[in-house]
Design a protein around this ligand. Structure first.
Ligand SMILES: Cc1cc2nc3c(=O)[nH]c(=O)nc-3n(C[C@H](O)[C@H](O)[C@H](O)COP(=O)(O)OP(=O)(O)OC[C@H]3O[C@@H](n4cnc5c(N)ncnc54)[C@H](O)[C@@H]3O)c2cc1C
Length: 412
């Protein structure tokens, strides 16, 4: 399609999707006329929504309801299934490897890097061999199948969950609740290097206290101040030489930046994430933009950088897409100005904590707020409705033996 301005989006996560949507809002007519071509490159043909990971482990939401096929989400983009293996900023090209091993060079006028993060398998000795991380939907599917097999065989299963942040707390609560619901033997241990949900800080301490009480009420074994140094086939060794035996170990204590060859010089020296200016552009490059987990973005309203989560990734993607459109139209760029909405965690079915615009909620109200919020922000409203139905109607009925349970292995 020669003559068209080429915008290449790398990644089919929130940054990629919201950048596409912003571009279509501002340049939809030009895209439809072929004056601008948007190409999206992603190795997996679906968007993965991670917010319901706990509900997935608890067998409350089928994996398929958290995966949304990309091409229908981006109908006016050219979708290339592949992995970008190099960025050549000088030639304005990216190298794409397809699953079949073919290599293609794409030339861009603007490049949006929404490559997210990767599971930090190399951070902890033994994690790759003996632990599990759940960012990649394929790992999630395999872990769910493993759990299902053990639970079907009524094999007592003790699980260590490493990480006392939101993800760890949600996973531990969901797994414990499932163990109890299905009457299965075994324990769930939550191993946290500091106090659980420490990042909430003093202002939100009542929410952290509710989380702690809820976990203990469910029977999760809480171990705070435990730093794990190694994972083995039989459990986890702490730095203070304590050993936590387990059949399975889940890691939920952080992520690592996805490093794209050719972008090494664009990285923050400490976080390793891509640097950005106030317009979501990589400094020194007028046509490379980024955001989300891949990027180190200064918080526009307070000192420090933006939180690393889905809503911030969406807002970054939107800002990058808007500014690419402004750039193509020769208009002045607008700085990133989002200030945040709040935060939320599930503590099992119908229990949670939510902070929304400074207001604090606990218990069922917090859980419902979180569900409404997450469902609203899922990439497809249809998937949002499915998940609401799963959590409010289908699964509760299935648990009471009134409706069939949706198979866990289904995927788009
Ligand atoms: C277990 C878990 C639970 C979470 N729970 C929550 C939660 O409850 N609430 C919340 O707000 N956030 C949650 N998050 C975080 C949230 O998922 C991320 O912050 C968000 O997905 C970041 O969006 P992104 O677009 O930057 O990256 P991603 O969503 O990770 O998307 C990155 C995309 O880039 C693609 N990609 C990567 N490398 C390449 C390459 N070389 N070439 C082409 N494509 C590439 C990937 O395949 C993917 O499509 C959770 C994360 C995890 C792992």
């Amino acid at each position: 399609m020669s003559g068209a301005a080429q915008v290449v989006i790398v990644g089919g996560g929130y940054v990629g999707l919201d950048a596409y949507r912003a571009l279509m809002r501002r340049l939809g007519r030009q895209v439809k006329r072929g004056q601008v071509q948007i190409t999206v490159v992603s190795p997996l043909p679906y968007h993965t929504f991670h917010g319901f990971t706990g509900e997935g482990l608890g067998e409350l939401v089928p994996l398929a309801h958290t995966l949304t096929p990309l091409p229908p989400l981006m109908p006016h983009a050219r979708y290339l299934q592949g992995t970008v293996t190099r960025v050549d900023a000088q030639r304005q090209q990216v190298e794409v490897h397809s699953e079949e091993g073919q290599v293609q060079l794409l030339t861009y006028e603007h490049l949006i890097l929404g490559v997210g993060s990767v599971d930090p398998f190399d951070r902890l000795p033994g994690l790759r061999e003996h632990g599990r991380c759940l960012k990649d939907a394929r790992d999630m599917r395999a872990f769910r199948a493993e759990l299902h097999a053990r639970f079907q065989a009524r094999q007592p299963t003790t699980i260590n969950v490493i990480g006392g942040g939101y993800a760890g707390v949600e996973m531990a609560a969901a797994l414990r609740e499932r163990q109890q619901r299905e009457g299965l033997g075994g324990e769930i241990h939550l191993l946290s290097s500091g106090p659980v949900l420490e990042t909430l800080g003093p202002a939100l301490a009542p929410l952290a206290a509710h989380a702690r009480q809820s976990l203990q009420g469910l029977g999760v074994q809480l171990h705070e101040g435990v730093r794990i140094r190694e994972v083995t086939s039989g459990g986890a060794h702490a730095q203070d030489d304590r050993f936590f035996p387990a059949d399975l170990t889940l890691f939920a204590a952080g992520i690592a930046p996805a490093v794209l060859p050719g972008t090494e010089a664009m990285r923050h020296p400490h976080s390793g994430r891509l640097l950005t200016d106030q317009y979501m552009r990589v400094p020194g490059h007028t046509n490379i933009w980024t955001g989300g987990d891949a990027a180190h973005v200064a918080h526009p309203k307070r000192p420090g950088d933006c939180p690393v989560n889905a809503l911030w990734a969406m807002k970054h993607g939107m800002c990058a897409g808007n500014n690419v459109a402004r750039s193509l139209r020769g208009q002045p760029l607008r700085p990133f100005a989002y200030g945040g909405l709040g935060q939320s965690a599930s503590l099992g079915h119908f229990n949670g904590i939510t902070e929304l615009l400074g207001l604090q909620f606990k218990g069922p109200v917090a859980w419902v707020l979180r569900l409404a919020f997450f469902a609203w922000y899922m990439p497809s409203k249809r998937q949002g409705v499915r998940v609401v139905a799963d959590l409010l109607w289908r699964r509760p009925r299935a648990m009471q033996g009134k409706a069939p349970v949706v198979p866990t292995s289904a995927a788009p």
